[in-house]
Write a protein that binds this ligand. Structure first.
Ligand code: HXC
Ligand code: NAP
Length: 283
């Protein structure tokens, strides 16, 4: 979508950059000329991605493992990235943990697992890197990947809904507070984009075959990874420099379909509408 070299000279750190949507975004950032740091817990996954992309693109992927919940590991990723590239321009908080469950079946440790990855992990990276940007008087750009239920809430994924709501609130709060340091902060709220990580946990067993998520989406399909990567690249590029504190939904109007009180009237056929019209005119 963007012009060649739109992200050239930028260093972008992507948490959860070794799989799913993270990996797709990383690929596009490289194509547009950025150097990218990828981090997550599974070192071998990161190394494989680095090997694959470093043989294809001129710009470089730097893989470094960490658990976003552990502040010493987060600090290490940031220090090593500065040693490697001399700077970090953009942070994409994309790592997440999630699963479906009736809330009353969850242990407090299950709640912690998700909150600690999604909310605490995002705080760990944002605060550590933000402090460094402020100290160095460097500009910064934060992009948080949330969900559409960050503002509606959702049953059966309550830890994730609570955590993503917190991330959205942090996005908007810091957009204002840190604007004076030339650090901007935005979010993307994706609808359904098939990934192994999400589908295995949110549609376990034969739910994958029973629930066709594309049926919930007014445009009649799920998202394509490149569509999300286009939006992410734009928000990290200088073309979007006046966008700050925004959350951009990319879901084919899925969440609005659930919200509009009469949207289910799509079940009414043309014949029925004709009949209603005749009845109205008779009156
Ligand atoms: C209930 C569960 C559970 C499940 C784990 N737990 N899975 N409880 N249902 N399906 C409980 C465990 O029993 C344990 O509690 C506690 O959670 C911690 O479990 P661990 O396995 O030790 O956790 P950990 O190894 O830290 O793994 C974290 C994880 C895992 C979140 C549980 O799924 C993971 O690593 N996920 C990362 C990738 C991911 O989730 N990707 C999907 C993102 S999709 P007890 O009390 O027994 O000790 C997404 C999309 C949203 O966010 C929108 C889609 C449209
Ligand atoms: P995914 O492939 O499972 O991505 C999650 C990533 O987070 C993985 O790379 C995982 O790597 C990493 N991660 C998990 N726990 C971590 C931890 N403690 N420390 C460091 N990294 C950790 O799923 P995805 O679908 O691409 O999700 C990407 C983002 O999009 C998430 O924020 C998700 O909430 C959001 N989202 C996705 C959808 C969708 O339909 N797919 C919809 C809305 C929002 P490791 O296992 O190696 O740690």
């Amino acid at each position: 979508m963007l012009k060649e070299n739109s992200l050239v000279d930028k260093v972008i750190l992507v948490t959860g950059g070794g799989s799913g949507l993270g990996k797709s975004m990383v690929k596009y950032f490289l194509e547009l000329g950025a150097n990218v740091v990828i981090t997550s817990r599974r070192e071998e996954v990161l190394n494989d991605v680095a090997k694959e992309f470093n043989s294809k693109y001129e710009s470089e992927v730097f893989p470094i493992a960490c658990d976003v919940r552990k502040i010493n590991e987060v600090e290490n990723v940031i220090n090593e990235s500065f040693k490697k590239f001399g700077k970090i321009d953009c942070l994409v908080n994309n790592a997440a943990g999630n699963f479906i469950s009736p809330t009353e079946r969850l242990s407090t440790r299950a709640f912690d697992a998700v909150i600690d990855i999604v909310l605490k992990g995002t705080i760990n990276f944002t605060l550590t890197l933000g402090k460094r940007w402020i100290k160095d008087k460097s500009e910064g750009n934060i992009l948080n990947i949330v969900t559409t239920y960050s503002w509606t809430g959702s049953g059966y994924v309550v830890p994730s809904a609570c955590a993503k709501a917190g991330v959205l609130s942090m996005t908007r709060s810091l957009a204002v507070e840190w604007a004076k340091y030339k650090i901007r902060s935005n979010a993307i709220a994706p609808g359904p984009f098939p990934t192994k990580g999400a589908w295995d946990r949110l549609l376990p067993g034969d739910l994958k075959d029973k629930l066709d998520l594309s049926k919930k989406v007014p445009v009649g399909r799920v998202g394509e990874h490149q569509e999300l990567s286009n939006l992410a690249a734009y928000l990290l590029s200088d073309y979007s420099s006046y966008i700050n504190g925004e959350v951009i939904t990319i879901d084919g109007a899925e969440w609005l379909k659930g919200a509009g009180q009469f949207n289910h009237l799509e079940i009414i056929t043309d014949q029925m509408w004709d009949m209603f019209e005749m009845m109205r005119k008779k009156k």
